[in-house]
Design a protein around this ligand. Structure first.
Ligand SMILES: *[C@@H]1O[C@H](CO)[C@@H](O)[C@H](O)[C@H]1NC(C)=O
Ligand SMILES: *[C@@H]1O[C@H](CO)[C@@H](O)[C@H](O)[C@H]1NC(C)=O
Ligand SMILES: *[C@@H]1O[C@H](CO)[C@@H](O)[C@H](O)[C@H]1NC(C)=O
Ligand SMILES: *[C@@H]1O[C@H](CO)[C@@H](O)[C@H](O)[C@H]1NC(C)=O
Ligand SMILES: *[C@@H]1O[C@H](CO)[C@@H](O)[C@H](O)[C@H]1NC(C)=O
Ligand SMILES: CC(=O)N[C@H]1CO[C@H](CO)[C@@H](O)[C@@H]1O
Length: 623
């Protein structure tokens, strides 16, 4: 007898599939947020380190031109948990602007903070991008601009230093040069040089800056030759700086992709103290690398350095590697010849090459977390080199420049979002479905739900549900109204409470309600015990007696649940369609229950409504 409802579900799915993109998440509580989904492969779940993923999905690396078309929120800073479930989407807050280098900063205050680069605006003239620092309730605490003569805020690095006083950024500048040293007297070209700046975290004042121009000679580049055609502004990108770090002594480590070289720059005079890799390496190396990213100090004491970087590898001219890898290298400059030895190498788990971008991060437990960038591909290795996790976006349309893993506590200062809707076909089977989510909240273990008899009555506990995903659904018997939800952690501490929400209800008549008069909100204390009763969720909520809910309502509930699960799994687009489907679910269950002894319901204006949705959802990002 379940056949009719299954058939209807199938119909809903078919309709939905046409209007949804299954590579994006969708939520009833935040219908405009369509976060990118992850495929997650746990190879060894027991050994995965704790923490959340900090990623910044983007579609196009350059800002998109302004558009009056409807855009879903999916770009920018995002936090996911280790199962690939969304914790925070900053897409709406930062208006779908590209973000880069999103990470946790400890040491600025007692609570952890967040930092990232907000990409320059579309025209780049007025709004040249910022280094952003957020408190752990997701409020912007600082917005650091880059001094105008240092160009636009570069996307590669914004690193708040451990002491919390300064931040390091990469910079790109342009100079017009003569080509005499290339034997082309009289010819001029523009040259894009790379450098870095150290900013005061409070004032954005530039404390120190450095430019490769006149310091890294042109012949070091592997990207241009003496015969390269001249270029206009910004010019030959001859070094392509892509990371900056600083050790305790104060010297700077930079990675330049187009010279295949990692440089140590003296903080005293800006001179190059040594080069690792490239055409002029100062080291005896037992390895090669090329097109590297994200060179970072792990330890450094003046003579001995342990550094990590992501080796893009296999630029045929310079080595024979076939896979990208994350490398840890020990450098000794205490005696000549200086030596560089590989301490650890973690090969990209799918043995492919990272064609662009990426980063590698040593976790506190010595695991290594690497972002291989394209398609949001990330991995975690144990110190011994076992790949314990791989994940990537389900959509190849998005990438994340870098990704990090950190432990973090997020406490949004906005209340949880909640939507409640009532359905039923007569007095005997009315149920209320409640969806709740809390963008940015970590540590929510379960949700407790309450309803009131009126604005002025006390909330009555109607049940609870474990938090299983970004959004949690709860179904309560009866017409519940003035609904609230409380977020509770594993220890039973209430982390936050939603506002009181009125329940939506259908136009009872046109949806074929067969009861005598339109249903009215229930006094929840007639059906539920008051107070925060213990017990399992739903099956054993605060209900007074199981007789109060008859078998029909139970059936309705399970069909609704099934519908929701199905819709979620195919990544349905928007609450509107969800509601239609839930209604179909109701119809289906009603038909099952009544054995088809009902006349068909009035038709819903479905076709035209869908047409509207289609227009609304067509965004320039869909391609
Ligand atoms: C730096 O570290 C190395 C090995 O860790 C040690 O042998 C050396 O003495 C240290 N040098 C200084 C100046 O502390
Ligand atoms: C890279 O691949 C080529 C061709 O598949 C193979 O001949 C070569 O040995 C590989 N190199 C390494 C370092 O694995
Ligand atoms: C994610 O990884 C899987 C398995 O390696 C691969 O088949 C798929 O194409 C990847 N997806 C994207 C979007 O890169
Ligand atoms: C729960 O309590 C334990 C023990 O008091 C504590 O270690 C833990 O951090 C608490 N968890 C949360 C999420 O507050
Ligand atoms: C809803 O369905 C899911 C999976 O199908 C199940 O795990 C869950 O217990 C169900 N919830 C209710 C309230 O029936
Ligand atoms: C960014 C970058 O330089 N990527 C290189 C990584 O290696 C591949 C394979 O040789 C090159 O084609 C890419 O240009």
């Amino acid at each position: 007898m379940l056949f009719p409802s299954i058939a209807l579900l199938w119909l809903c799915q078919t309709v939905l599939a046409q209007y949804s993109s299954d590579d994006l998440m969708s939520f009833v509580t935040l219908p405009d947020v369509r976060a990118v989904k992850f495929n997650v492969h746990h190879h060894n779940r027991d050994r995965i380190s704790p923490g959340y993923w900090f990623v910044t999905p983007y579609l196009h690396i350059e800002p998109d031109a302004p558009s009056s078309l409807y855009e879903q929120y999916q770009i920018g800073p995002h936090i996911y948990d280790g199962e690939g479930r969304l914790i925070w989407s900053g897409a709406q807050q930062f208006d779908n602007r590209n973000a880069f280098d999103f990470r946790v900063v400890n040491g600025l205050s007692a609570d952890p903070q967040l930092s990232f680069i907000l990409n320059h605006a579309w025209d780049g003239a007025e709004d040249t991008g910022y280094g952003m620092i957020l408190t752990n309730d997701y409020k912007v605490e600082r917005k650091l601009p880059l001094r105008r003569d240092l160009g636009i805020f570069d996307i590669h690095e914004f690193k708040v230093r451990e002491d919390g006083k300064t931040a390091l950024v990469t910079v790109y500048l342009s100079h017009e040069i003569g080509l005499d040293e290339y034997g082309r007297p009289g010819e001029k070209t523009w040259l894009e040089s790379g450098g870095f700046a150290e900013l005061d975290i409070n004032t954005a004042e530039v404390i120190q800056w450095w430019d490769s121009y006149n310091r890294i000679p042109l012949p070091e580049t592997v990207h241009y030759s003496p015969n390269s055609p001249v270029e206009g502004h910004p010019g030959w990108d001859y070094v392509h700086i892509n990371s900056i770090d600083k050790n305790e002594i104060g010297d700077y480590l930079i990675s330049a992709r187009f010279t295949n070289t990692i440089y140590l720059i003296s903080c005293m005079d800006g001179n190059i103290m040594w080069r690792l890799g490239g055409k002029y390496s100062d080291f005896e190396q037992d390895f090669t690398f090329s097109k590297q990213h994200d060179a970072k100090f792990i330890e450094s004491n003046g003579t001995h350095h342990l550094i990590s970087f992501l080796n893009n590898a296999s630029d045929e001219e310079f080595n024979e590697e076939n896979q990208s890898s994350s490398m840890f290298v020990q450098l000794d400059t205490s005696v000549k010849p200086w030596t560089a030895r590989v301490v650890k190498r973690y090969i990209r788990p799918d043995y492919q090459l990272s064609r662009l971008r990426g980063n590698t991060q040593l976790l506190p437990n010595a695991h290594v977390f690497t972002c291989w960038s394209k398609g949001g591909y990330i991995s975690e290795h144990t110190a011994e080199g076992e790949a314990v996790l791989e994940a990537n976006f389900t959509s190849p349309r998005y990438s994340s420049y870098r990704a990090y893993k950190f432990e973090f506590t997020g406490r949004p200062d906005t209340p949880p979002d909640l939507v409640a809707s009532v359905y039923g076909t007569d007095e005997t089977n009315i149920v209320t479905t409640v969806w709740v989510s809390w963008n940015g909240a970590t540590d929510v273990a379960e949700w407790h739900f309450y309803a009131q008899a009126s604005d002025f009555h006390d909330p009555v506990f109607v049940g609870k549900a474990p938090r299983v995903d970004f959004e949690t659904m709860f179904i309560g018997a009866g017409y519940l109204d003035w609904v609230t939800a409380k977020a509770v952690d594993v220890n039973g501490t209430v982390l936050g409470t939603s506002e009181v929400h009125r329940s939506n209800h259908p136009d009872w008549k046109s949806t074929g309600y067969r009861g005598k008069s339109s249903p009215r909100p229930l006094n929840p204390s007639t059906l539920y015990e008051s107070g925060d009763a213990e017990g399992d969720y739903l099956a054993d909520s605060g209900r007074k007696s199981s007789d109060a809910i008859d078998a029909e309502t139970q059936k309705t509930i399970s069909v609704l649940n099934l519908t929701y699960e199905n819709i979620r799994s195919i990544g349905a687009a928007f609450s509107f369609v969800l509601l239609i489907c839930l209604f179909c679910g109701i119809v289906a269950s009603y038909m099952v229950i009544r054995g088809w002894r009902v006349r068909l319901y009035q038709r819903l204006g479905r076709e035209s409504a869908f047409a509207d949705e289609r227009v609304r959802l067509r965004s320039p990002h869909e391609d």
